[in-house]
Design a protein around this ligand. Structure first.
Ligand code: TRP
Length: 336
């Protein structure tokens, strides 16, 4: 086999350090990241620069960044296998960002639904970073020539833009960037709010019962699942259109027990929602307990977390700096 066929596909993904991750972040993203490490060459990034598109309290952002890294480690990201780093520790991202901004069109950036949503949500802070956010995200991906990018449904438009920008650059100069593909996992790709199962679970929701945090204790988890909005027909059956609440709980239960939808429907046939909700809460609490233990242990060891991030940044810089050098040369920036 030659080098080309031997090379494992490269994965890059990122998560914003906007506070404790929810169960939705875990099921939809982080949990899968850990599983991909055996098969792929993985780079995982705490996207602190992206977080700045919304006003942050500096001390909190700093703390959340370390916490996010600790949670990723607790959830099974292995620094011996993967590169775990903080976005702002790799200056090349912002260097490539500028070049890609100059290769992105106002029109295409204007069409991003996340930009429209976030501008509507924060009308007092529709900043330039919010607008050019997809160019930075494209830089994150293209700078490593990532083949695959695990992202949620809400990021597919940004990924598409990254592909378009990559292609445009390759055509305008010469083949430079790998065109990245989305890597969307089917099971539990989107976990819905426990209070309004037609909306995505989000910790920015004002109703704290609508989301489970990765650090919630067993009592809180059981209570939140007990209060989860379902419907009035009392039958545990998977039907997203008619029974979004129950279907969301089935998805969550399936993720943590490994049981199929049919097995779950069978298990709770004729038993009503009370038993079912308790079982879901128990399954989640049992699954999170070891992660929470690891998280506390790792977070208490700042020196360890910082060492992992220092080494991660160095490894990421080695790849990213090379790409930037190439790109700078191609676009005609003077090299001395
Ligand atoms: N924009 C992503 C989000 O909010 C986070 C992110 C930043 C990302 N850079 C990335 C995801 C690169 C995948 C690849 O969820």
């Amino acid at each position: 086999m030659n080098q080309q066929t031997e090379r494992r596909k490269r994965i890059l993904s990122g998560i914003q350090p906007t506070g404790t991750f929810t169960l939705g972040n875990y099921i939809g993203a982080v949990r899968n990241w850990a599983k991909l490490q055996d098969e792929f060459e993985c780079l995982y990034m705490v996207a602190d620069l992206h977080a700045l598109t919304v006003r942050q309290v500096p001390a909190e952002l700093r703390a959340h960044t370390r916490e996010a890294a600790a949670m990723l480690l607790a959830a099974g990201i292995d620094p011996a296998q993967s590169i775990l780093f903080v976005q702002s520790h790799v200056p090349a991202h912002t260097q490539l960002n500028w070049i890609l901004c100059c290769n992105s069109q106002f029109g295409e950036l204007s069409r991003m639904t996340q930009f429209k949503d976030k501008s509507a949500k924060h009308p007092d802070n529709v900043n330039g970073g919010l607008f050019t956010y997809p160019a930075l995200m494209a830089a994150d991906i293209l700078i490593y020539n990532a083949d695959l990018v695990p992202v949620g449904q809400d990021q597919t438009q940004h990924l598409e833009l990254a592909r378009n920008v990559a292609q445009r650059f390759n055509n305008a100069y010469s083949p430079t960037f790998t065109l990245p593909e989305g890597y969307i996992t089917k099971a539990g790709a989107k976990i819905m709010s426990l209070a309004d199962p037609t909306r995505k679970m989000s910790k920015s929701d004002t109703n704290v019962n609508s989301f489970v945090l990765m650090t919630d204790d067993k009592d809180a988890i059981l209570r939140k699942f007990k209060r989860a909005v379902t419907d009035s027909d009392g039958i545990v059956r998977y039907d997203v259109a008619e029974k979004p609440g129950v279907s969301n709980l089935i998805t969550i239960y399936s993720v943590f027990t490994g049981k199929t939808v049919a097995e779950i429907e069978q298990e709770f046939a004729g038993r009503g929602y009370g038993d079912f909700k308790t079982a879901v809460g128990e399954a989640v609490a049992d699954a999170l307990a070891p992660i929470q233990g690891e998280y506390s242990r790792i977070l208490a060891d700042k020196a360890y977390v910082d060492k992992v991030l220092t080494e991660g940044a160095a490894a990421a810089c080695r790849i990213a700096d090379r790409t930037v050098q190439k790109v700078y040369k191609k676009v005609g920036l003077l090299q001395l």
